[in-house]
Design a protein around this ligand. Structure first.
Ligand code: NDP
Length: 330
């Protein structure tokens, strides 16, 4: 059983060398004693690379992130994934079933005893859907700006906004991603934030009359530039701040006073509080997918060996679309 472990806890930017691959032997049977819990043995097929995994790589977690726990150095790292049941001691699952989980080990085979019923695209999809609609309160004609727009979440937010008739601009970190935003995801316009030395000027170019909704994925300097370009009664849906996760000292935000003088509604979001609303998300998204109204781009790397580079690549923008690791052929 090939497995990916964390070498030691990380501070600063994670590197591929923070993770290592090793092999252990495993019996392809669920052991009888699983602490009284029903369990299945799963052959892992796909692993999801998500920015929150960076948080779990550090020893000391911020006290305001109670939902996270540090990875144990003695077991493989875990995350969202998809696998096929090869042995079952659980009445709900039989050999051959496909399962989705949030505690899939980065290994070829995992024993699962806790199940969360959604796919690997479900978590980012739910985040995009509830964070955008609940906090953004979008309506036809609104001007929407999305940062990290070509990623797992951003690509969907732009499409949701277009479905209800908003004007949508996204930013991303390469020419290729900017093209994708305009040609594949239907963004009205897009720019490469790395080419802009003056983010304020860039935003004024795309939003001469200001931004109604900012879908915040990155934080830092981008947030500062957005604040001065928001319209009166604008909404900022704070989904994430990936530019800050690896900094010892988070950057300070200079223009926060815009929140009160423009009467901006700025609200954070945590997807784990919304899992019980999964069916609402599916009711919306499944017909859209069937009718071809929503497309989704994944960046799939092959083999567990490719996992560490794929995971840390999220923080340099290596991924184009949702980053997934394919562990085995179905
Ligand atoms: P992505 O698929 O968008 O991958 C991360 C992308 O972020 C990279 O491809 C890169 O794209 C961009 N990025 C990396 N570093 C920086 C930086 N320093 N400045 C600007 N952009 C950067 O990830 P997700 O869609 O999964 O996640 C997007 C955000 O949503 C993250 O902040 C994540 O933490 C958050 N999130 C929040 C959840 C919640 O419940 N609130 C749940 C899941 C995710 P580029 O080339 O464009 O720079």
């Amino acid at each position: 059983n090939k497995q990916v472990f964390l070498n030691d806890y990380v501070s600063g930017f994670p590197e591929e060398s923070n993770l290592y691959l090793t092999t252990s032997s495993i019996k392809l049977k669920v052991p009888e004693d699983q602490g009284g819990k029903d369990a299945v043995l799963v052959k892992n097929l796909y692993l999801s690379c998500d920015p929150f995994m960076r948080g779990r790589m550090q020893r000391d977690l911020p006290p305001d992130r109670p939902e996270l726990s540090s990875y144990s150095l003695g077991s493989p790292i875990v995350g969202f994934g998809v696998g096929r049941v090869v042995d079952s001691r659980h009445s709900d699952f039989k050999k051959g079933d496909l399962v989705w989980g949030s505690t899939i080990g980065w290994e070829e085979y995992t024993i699962l005893s806790e199940f969360v019923p959604f796919s690997f695209t479900g978590m980012p999809g739910m985040t995009a859907y509830f964070c955008f609609f609940d906090i953004g309160s979008p309506k036809e004609g609104d001007s929407v700006y999305v940062s990290a727009a070509s990623g797992a979440i951003g690509q969907l937010v732009g499409q949701f906004a277009k479905l209800i008739g908003c004007y949508v601009v996204g930013s991303a970190g390469s020419k290729e991603k900017v093209e994708l935003l305009k040609t594949k995801f239907g963004y009205d316009d897009a720019f490469n934030y790395k080419d802009e030395h003056d983010l304020d000027a860039a935003l004024k170019r795309y939003f001469p009359e200001g931004i109604d909704i900012y879908f915040e994925n990155v934080g830092g300097k981008m947030l500062d530039a957005v604040l001065v370009n928001m319209r009166l009664h604008g909404r900022i849906a704070v989904c994430g701040m990936i530019s800050q996760y690896n900094l010892e000292q988070p950057e300070s935000v200079q223009n926060l006073s815009a929140v009160f003088y423009k009467q901006i509604r700025m609200e954070g979001f945590a997807v784990y509080e919304h899992y019980h609303r999964y069916s609402k998300f599916l009711d919306f998204v499944l017909p859209c997918i069937k009718e071809g109204k929503i497309v989704y781009v994944e960046d799939i790397t092959e083999g567990l060996e490719s996992g560490p580079a794929a995971l840390v690549g999220l923080f340099s923008g290596r991924n184009v679309g949702k980053q997934v690791v394919k562990v085995a052929q179905e």
